[in-house]
Design a protein around this ligand. Structure first.
Ligand code: CP
Length: 309
């Protein structure tokens, strides 16, 4: 296991996270990924530690992945979901978090629909805070598991050509991937309709494309984003059928590439909207590998923060 420390007490985002810290998390996750292949997958480093998972927004992958990572490291786990909690009686985020912390919790994992909620929490509680996705801001552990999966597949991140496809404007996955991948020396581009690409995104060292067929000739991997219909994404293009026609990743499109293109997606997938079902299930798709690697990445983050404290 690597012997150096993370510079920050929290993992709130990849914006400004030093390259060495990203490298440390990815390298530490390799050991934990190996543990996940063992018959007995439990190890003791977080024995005696208590971690609260505060989920104020829906989640399948991230919530279960954090919970599994915590249990694999032998931590005690407190699950909190806003539905059914005293949040419905008007309790504030600060009061909810401080009450949970009063029960001697060491770390808090938080997902919230408000951008900046984890950063606020980090100011009002003593323990470490991990951002499990805040609004349309950042989703750092998703980007770390994406980077881990790319490094596992290609053996490096430096110089790798990655295009993030879809609604970049509203995507916390896109922003964290842009910060993380550019810090690690990858060549990052984005592709989508103009309504879904933030103005001046080039300032983050990314190239902008609006035609997916043009992108396919120039990339090693596509990270395809979910069309967030629950966040009114439908207003940003004429119809789902039209989005699929112009931006959907299909086998016919990928067959035009001279070399096979790796497909990633953070999930959940809208099959036959942002990518066709046969592409999602093809041998070029790393989607389930991303989910598996997510447990190892979260084990690494929890382990390193706990070691630091
Ligand atoms: N990738 C991701 O964040 O999925 P969930 O919303 O299911 O956690």
């Amino acid at each position: 296991m690597a012997g150096v420390q993370l510079q920050s007490k929290h993992v709130l985002g990849l914006d400004g996270m030093p390259r060495e810290d990203i490298q440390l998390i990815l390298d530490t996750a390799v050991s934990f990924r190996e543990i996940l292949d063992r018959p007995i997958k439990k190890v003791p480093p977080l024995q005696g530690k208590t971690i609260a998972n505060m989920f104020f927004e829906s989640s399948t992958r991230t919530r279960l992945s954090f919970e599994l990572a915590e249990r694999r490291l032998s931590a005690d786990v407190l699950g909190f979901q806003s539905l059914g909690s005293s949040v419905s009686k008007g309790e504030t985020l600060k009061d909810t978090a401080r009450n949970i912390e009063a029960m001697k919790v060491d770390m808090v994992v938080i997902r919230h629909s408000a951008s900046g909620a984890p950063h606020y929490l980090a100011q009002v509680i003593q323990g470490s805070v991990i951002n499990a996705g805040d609004g349309s801001h950042e989703h750092p552990t998703q980007a770390l598991l994406d980077m881990y999966t790319l490094r596992e597949k290609f053996g490096k991140l430096e110089g790798l050509r990655i295009c993030i496809v879809g609604d970049i404007s509203h995507s916390r996955v896109a922003l964290s991937n842009i910060y993380g991948l550019t810090a690690m020396g990858a060549k990052v581009s984005v592709c989508g309709p103009a309504t879904m690409i933030p103005k001046e995104i080039e300032r983050l060292n990314v190239q902008v494309f609006h035609r997916i067929d043009e992108v396919i000739e120039h990339v090693d991997a596509l990270n395809v984003l979910r069309i967030q219909l629950e966040r009114d994404a439908g207003r940003l293009f004429p119809s789902i059928r039209e989005y699929h026609q112009y931006y959907g990743i299909t086998k016919q499109r990928l067959d035009k590439a001279t070399t096979p293109i790796t497909i990633m997606h953070p999930g959940p997938i809208n099959r036959d909207v942002e990518l066709s079902a046969d592409v999602a299930d093809s041998e070029h798709s790393l989607i389930l590998q991303q989910v598996l690697n997510g447990v190892a990445i979260r084990m690494a983050v929890l382990y390193l923060l706990s070691a630091r404290n």
